[in-house]
Design a protein around this ligand. Structure first.
Ligand SMILES: [Zn+2]
Length: 180
């Protein structure tokens, strides 16, 4: 059976236009990604939405038609039903470390530590850090602008008070001279 255009678009949107296995986005590869059957069609998998995963060509190719037919064979991580954080942790150097047996098997099978993917994670980290620093910078600029306004207001207030002080002193002096 072929997957209809509507279903394809739903899978694409649901995945936020990124590979559900490795996170690579359409904008990273400059094109649409592929639709993977979590349970392969050759192993009885359906074309239903819950069995479809938006996947980059690389992950799809490495996964092939893997399916754990019995309890003793390792299970592949299902990004549609299990949280990424449950199975993997990403290190600062971009390496992915498996936390579970499923994670370990998936990491090996889909080559989730393939060098271009590690480079991609590092690039994404750098981009996130740059965004964070830019936001921080904007916050500081905003605080400085607010402080400047407050400072200008304080100086104006100080000048007013000094003028009042002078006026009162003059009046006092005049008052004293008049009394002699
Ligand atoms: Zn992928």
């Amino acid at each position: 059976m072929t997957i209809s255009k509507e279903i394809r678009e739903q899978v694409q949107q649901r995945a936020n236009y990124a590979c559900e296995f490795c996170g690579v986005r359409e904008t990273d590869v400059g094109g649409t990604l592929t639709i993977d059957h979590y349970q392969p069609q050759s192993k009885g998998g359906s074309d239903k939405l819950e069995n479809l995963i938006y996947s980059c060509a690389c992950c799809n190719q490495y996964k092939q038609d893997y399916w754990n037919t019995d309890e003793s064979s390792p299970k592949l991580w299902n990004p549609r039903s299990e949280l990424y954080e449950k199975h993997f942790i990403e290190l600062e150097d971009g390496q992915l470390v498996a936390l579970t047996l499923t994670g370990e098997f998936t990491c090996k099978r889909l080559r989730l530590n393939r060098p271009p993917l590690i480079a991609h994670r590092l690039q994404r980290r750098r981009q996130a850090e740059k965004t964070r620093l830019l936001e921080q910078y904007q916050d500081v600029v905003l605080s400085l602008t607010q402080l400047n306004t407050q400072l200008t207001n304080l100086v104006t207030e100080q000048q007013d008070l000094l003028k009042q002080q002078r006026d009162i002193l003059r009046a006092l002096l005049r008052n004293q001279q008049d009394s002699f």
